[in-house]
Design a protein around this ligand. Structure first.
Ligand code: XBP
Ligand code: MG
Length: 244
């Protein structure tokens, strides 16, 4: 089957957002008078639980903290995250902007499959490529649309339904084992670019693991057979062009 769509995870894949998430969690804890503080090693472990509210609940259970209002804390965390995103100098990871541009120029469908919320996706695009670029994505599915978050494949299933495409017509881009499991559960060819928190994850089954997506455009990068015909051609075509 020919390549028809590129599906992007958000946190860790489009940009290194997890430090902003972590700091926002800590601000919410502080504001609520909790003595919790998530440092980087703890947060790396807690990231195995996908979804911010679920992460708070998991930590409350683990520490035996009764009476913690996880939904309220998560709401405040989201407010802090959005404010921090606005003030941040966040940049997309290497190669991400170019791949999105190449996809749009080639008439491919673009999609988002993320665990975070729609407002957080908007905040990231507002701070980077602009909301007008996000408007050109044909499907944007988030943690708010699903009953079960990654590694459950539900968010990817919704995206495939929106696009009306088969898994083999798409390529997914992920940074974590949970994301990879979700995409591969449906048989979507997946390229993994590990992020600052996911370098030690198990990426068994990935079609490609690369330090960043910019390397896809290197002339010496032959893409292996498991991706739809057209992905290698897409990159090959883009290599000759100067990135915007
Ligand atoms: C990674 C996540 C998210 C964020 C927090 O999402 O696990 O839960 O850490 O986001 P992605 P919320 O699928 O984009 O990699 O607090 O908004 O849930
Ligand atoms: Mg991710």
């Amino acid at each position: 089957m020919a390549l028809k769509a590129l599906i992007f995870d958000v946190d860790g894949t489009l940009a290194e957002t997890e430090e902003l998430h972590r700091l926002a969690f800590n601000r919410a804890f502080e504001e609520a008078g909790l003595s919790w503080h998530w440092d980087q090693p703890l947060y790396r472990r807690l990231l195995k639980v996908t979804g911010g509210r679920e992460r708070i609940e998991a930590h409350a259970a683990e520490t035996g903290s009764a009476g913690v209002d996880a939904p309220a804390l998560h709401k405040r965390k989201t407010a802090f995250y959005k404010a921090a995103m606005e003030d941040s100098a966040i940049r997309l990871r290497t190669g991400v902007g170019r791949l999105i541009q190449v996809g749009l120029d080639s008439g491919l469908a673009l999609a988002i499959a993320t665990t975070t919320s729609r407002s957080n996706v908007d905040a990231l695009f507002r701070a980077t490529l602009g909301l007008e670029v996000l408007d050109r994505f044909r499907s944007v599915r988030t943690g708010e649309d699903v009953r079960a978050k990654k590694p459950d494949p539900e968010v990817y299933r919704l995206v495939l339904e929106d696009l009306g495409l088969a898994a083999a017509e798409c390529v997914a881009f992920e940074d974590s084992a949970n994301g990879l499991r979700a995409a591969k559960a449906l048989g979507i060819p997946t390229v993994v670019t590990p992020g600052i928190y996911t370098g030690n994850d198990d990426f068994y089954g990935a079609d490609r693991v690369l330090p960043d997506l910019g390397l896809l455009f290197e002339p010496a990068d032959p893409f292996p057979g498991n991706c739809p015909p057209g992905f290698a051609d897409l990159l090959e075509g883009a290599r000759g062009r100067v990135p915007a």
